[in-house]
Design a protein around this ligand. Structure first.
Ligand code: MEV
Length: 414
């Protein structure tokens, strides 16, 4: 084993964006085309540093159940020899069995499984043995809400680890020779997280921009980038209803297996919507949004909150905007799309967001995919720190005001 104190530490940092599926989620799992675009302002950042501590320290503080664990590096190396690529169920089980020894929280084990897999597959053994510090942060990307946070996590982790292993000095888009490896391993990580992903989420998070994506029968995929995504104005609505992509995808599969001749045409219609959007652009796009939502509802992946959002938009802004769920559904997020030639869009947006009791925000669509960054670009925890400061400052100010008022009252009463 390497002796700790003699080795200089190295760091690698990467970030990857969330995504919005405009048309064709779920159908894409069955080989239908789907359209997805990156949400390049909403990103996951990963910083990996070698430490010479012989342990693996992982910090993911933005999760609903924050993770801050330390694991013995030698145990990871010894217990997880020859993991399969792509990962099998048995391989996931081996990693989970190891992790339950470090954490008794199921959610933590689920989030750590793909990370441990990627570390074991992408880094040389000597680098793992000497110790690592892994930090993950999300910038504005709602987690587990259908906006591709898990794919962004997978892509950013794979990218940071590949950068560390290769010692590439490149910043910005990773070198082409490493890009394929990052995308491939991000897909493996998605298998561990979701079971049978189509690959659309990691594809768009890695590449950025917008894609017409089709998963082929042989497991390969066909991707057509949509260079000039029509000028679209999206508002995202977060219901904050938690859901599991794995369970929703499995639910559609069970329905499909029971009634293939009924469900297949519904999925094919969703594929037709995606193709028609790419062919015809935004003309009559509101109809496509409405119909796609109703088809998703028909295969059982909507939720009362998502239907309520669509109905409210139809009532408050008829012929001006339309809404549909995005991603796996079952809660999470919906998006609202506005008629491209609509005048006074800001006003309509305000009217809609006032009628909904959910968090609404707008985000630009398209933009950068995965990026290799200099380690000092890893976001610091300033929002949390500043809110603590604000709380402390307010408390101090309130105490001072009470003291000043008491002093004035005392003087008056004398
Ligand atoms: C999830 O973002 C999209 C789904 O179509 C699943 C997948 O494509 O892997 C629901």
């Amino acid at each position: 084993m390497q002796t700790a104190s003699t080795t200089a530490t190295q760091s690698a940092c990467a970030s990857a964006p969330g995504k919005v599926i405009l048309f064709g989620e779920h159908a894409v799992v069955y080989g239908e085309p789907a359209v997805a675009a990156a949400l390049s302002d909403l990103r996951i950042f990963v910083l990996v540093t070698t430490t010479n501590t012989q342990s693996l320290h992982v910090e993911m503080l933005d999760l609903p159940e924050p993770i801050d664990v330390r694991m013995d590096a030698e145990r990871i190396v010894c217990s997880l020899e020859s993991l399969q690529a792509p990962p099998t169920k048995a391989c996931a089980e081996r990693i989970r069995n190891l992790l339950v020894g470090f954490s008794n929280n199921d959610l933590n084990v689920e989030a750590l499984t793909p990370l441990i897999y990627l570390i074991r597959q992408l880094l040389p053994v000597s680098m793992i043995q000497s110790g690592l510090d892994v930090r993950v942060r999300s910038r504005d990307l709602p987690l587990g809400a259908g906006l591709g946070s898990s794919a962004a996590f997978s892509v950013a982790c794979a990218a940071a680890l590949v950068k560390l292993a290769s010692q590439s000095e490149t910043l910005g888009r990773p070198d082409p020779m490493y890009f394929e490896q990052i995308d491939q391993y991000a897909f493996y990580s998605e298998i561990l997280l979701h079971g049978t992903p189509s690959g659309i989420d990691n594809a768009v998070s890695a590449r950025g921009g917008a894609l017409l994506y089709t998963k082929k029968k042989d497991g390969d995929s066909q991707m057509e980038s949509i260079p000039n995504l029509p000028d679209m104005h999206l508002m995202v609505v977060d219901t904050k209803v938690p859901r599991s992509t794995r369970e929703l995808v499995a639910g559609v599969r069970a329905l499909y297996d029971r009634h293939p001749s009924v469900i297949r045409p519904i999925l094919q219609s969703m594929g037709e919507i995606a193709t028609s959007f790419v062919k015809n652009g935004v003309s009559d796009v509101l109809t496509l949004v409405n119909v796609n939502h109703l088809l998703l509802r028909a295969v059982g992946v909507s939720h009362a909150t998502l239907d309520e959002i669509c109905e409210t938009v139809a009532r408050v802004a008829p012929n001006q905007a339309a809404a549909k769920l995005t991603g796996a559904g079952g809660g999470g997020c919906a998006f609202v799309l506005f008629r491209p030639d609509l005048e006074g869009r800001e006003y309509v947006m305000q009217r809609i967001s006032k009628s909904l009791q959910y968090k609404c925000f707008s985000s630009s669509v398209g933009g950068d995919g995965v990026l290799w960054l200099s380690p000092d670009k890893f976001p610091v925890t300033e929002e949390k720190d500043s809110s603590i400061w604000n709380e402390r400052y307010s408390l101090l100010a309130a105490t001072a005001t009470v003291a000043a008022l008491s002093w004035l009252l005392l003087r008056r009463s004398r």
